[in-house]
Design a protein around this ligand. Structure first.
Ligand code: S3P
Length: 167
């Protein structure tokens, strides 16, 4: 197994929670890309979208990844849209084992129902937007992953144990 674990998956699929727990269990370092970008820009993701737009945020993601030098033993949680650029996926694969947390539509809706921090979901019909984005992205998540974990209906402990048995 490569020494770094990269979590990909849709918004609300539990990348940050599972990433922290997994890092804890393995005594790895945990890093959350969105948090790092917020620190770097001194601004929330929502503010970045509002002030500068999605394309600018996507550039920040790509630049962040290009400059990222991971020491070994790191769990990296990425933003849900990181797989939209092929060059990002290449870079993620070079950094470590890419693990897709595959949550189903109902699970995602449940997790994001009350959420106000995802700028892409702030329009009128959140469910429709989630459905559309899931349709657009699911195939890319699947083809980008080295390892796929189904998370719906499972406890975090169950998910962690499954990951450990597959790595
Ligand atoms: C996005 C997901 C978010 C964040 C931004 C865009 C996306 O991260 O990067 O709001 O395009 O799916 P999470 O997946 O951590 O919510």
């Amino acid at each position: 197994m490569k020494d770094n674990i990269i979590l990909i998956g849709f918004m609300g699929s539990g990348k940050s929670l599972i990433g922290r727990l997994l890092a804890d269990k393995l005594s790895y370092r945990f890093m959350d890309m969105d948090e790092k970008i917020e620190e770097q820009e001194n601004c929330s993701i929502s503010e970045i979208f509002t002030k500068s737009g999605e394309a600018f945020f996507r550039e920040l993601e790509t630049n962040f990844l290009k400059q990222l030098k991971l020491n070994s033993k790191t769990v990296l949680a990425t933003g849900g849209g990181i797989i939209l650029k092929e060059e990002n996926v290449k870079q993620l694969k070079a950094l470590g084992t890419v693990l897709f947390l595959h949550a189903d539509f109902n699970h995602i809706i449940k997790n994001l129902k009350e959420d106000t921090t995802r700028p892409l979901l702030m329009g009128d019909d959140k469910e429709m937007t989630i459905k559309r984005l899931l349709d657009e992205r699911e195939g890319i998540y699947l083809s980008s992953a080295d390892v796929i974990i189904q998370t719906s209906g499972k406890t975090p402990d169950h998910i962690i144990n499954e990951i450990l048995s597959l790595l």
